[in-house]
Design a protein around this ligand. Structure first.
Ligand SMILES: Nc1ncnc2c1ncn2[C@@H]1O[C@H](COP(=O)(O)OP(=O)(O)OP(=O)(O)O)[C@@H](O)[C@H]1O
Ligand SMILES: [Mg+2]
Length: 250
């Protein structure tokens, strides 16, 4: 079954159309990037899928269930986790404590409290797993405020992974990073389990080509192209609009 289906989605702000009849499908295990120039509608699309914004019309389906209009915490119960562009970490706590809070959030209420008490070792295993996935196990006792920017952003991915998502939404995961930090993030993302479906909003083409296997190109709120990495690389419309390449006349 399709992991994410975006069906005829539109979003208007007054008379301005930020998204116009966007269709998109993401298959389980796929790593799909949504790219496009500034103002193309990438963040708008991302925020509607994640439940942060309501569409003007159209629907979102996650594993076949209509999730249009559900709030972000409800999306989480459908297996979808997102990272944010800005830092949302507890800066005075350690790396371990931040991941522990996120992992423990899965055990809610009285039933959760009982489960948590009898499951301390399961919780610890979860924390260790997540820290290893994001390559932060060696600095788990460091206070977040003392981490480099790149490591803080890796920790944001850790918090999203703590919910054991089937789908991970990443919003410009390498924005503002140095080349070395970007490389560390890309290597970490590319090693995540293949069964985690990823949707990545990004405008750095090098980042996109290194992790995505499928790409959707937005331009002025519409889907300009959709295809495999190689198809998009070879697409002349994409070259002309997005990469500033001259289009050859027929
Ligand atoms: N709350 C809003 N009110 C009015 N217009 C908005 C609002 N949010 C976004 N827009 C407009 O919608 C269009 C798409 O914005 P969006 O942020 O989705 O683009 P983007 O592709 O993420 O761009 P960037 O690469 O700069 O992040 C832009 O023209 C933006 O100005
Ligand atoms: Mg954006």
């Amino acid at each position: 079954m399709t992991a994410i289906r975006v069906d005829d989605l539109s979003k208007s702000y007054g008379h301005f159309s930020a998204l116009a009849s966007v269709n998109l499908t993401v298959e389980p295990g796929e790593r799909r990037a949504v790219i496009g120039p500034n103002g193309a509608g990438k963040s708008t699309l991302f925020n509607i899928i994640a439940g942060q914004r309501l569409p003007t019309s159209g629907d979102i389906y996650v594993y076949g269930t209509k999730t249009t209009g559900l709030r972000p915490d409800a999306m989480w119960t459908h297996g979808l986790s997102r990272t944010f562009q800005r830092n949302q970490l507890f800066k005075n706590l350690t790396v371990w404590e931040n991941v522990e809070l996120a992992c423990a959030a899965r055990y809610r209420g009285w039933a959760g409290f009982a489960a948590r008490r009898s499951n301390v070792s399961a919780l610890e295993r979860d924390i260790v797993d997540v820290l290893e996935q994001v390559k932060l196990a060696h600095i788990s006792s460091a206070q977040v405020t003392n981490l480099a920017y790149g490591a803080q952003r890796q920790l944001e991915v850790a918090l999203a992974l703590a919910g054991k998502p089937k789908i991970l939404l990443l919003d410009e995961p390498t924005a503002g990073m140095s080349p070395a930090e970007t490389e560390a993030m890309l290597s970490m993302l590319s090693r995540l389990p293949r069964d985690i479906t990823m949707l990545i909003v990004e405008h750095d083409m090098d980042v996109v080509f290194s992790i995505a296997d499928a790409i959707t190109v937005l331009n002025l709120g519409e889907v300009l192209a959709d295809g495999s990495r190689d198809e998009i690389r070879a697409n002349e419309d994409v070259g002309a609009v997005y990469m500033g390449r001259q289009r050859r006349e027929a």
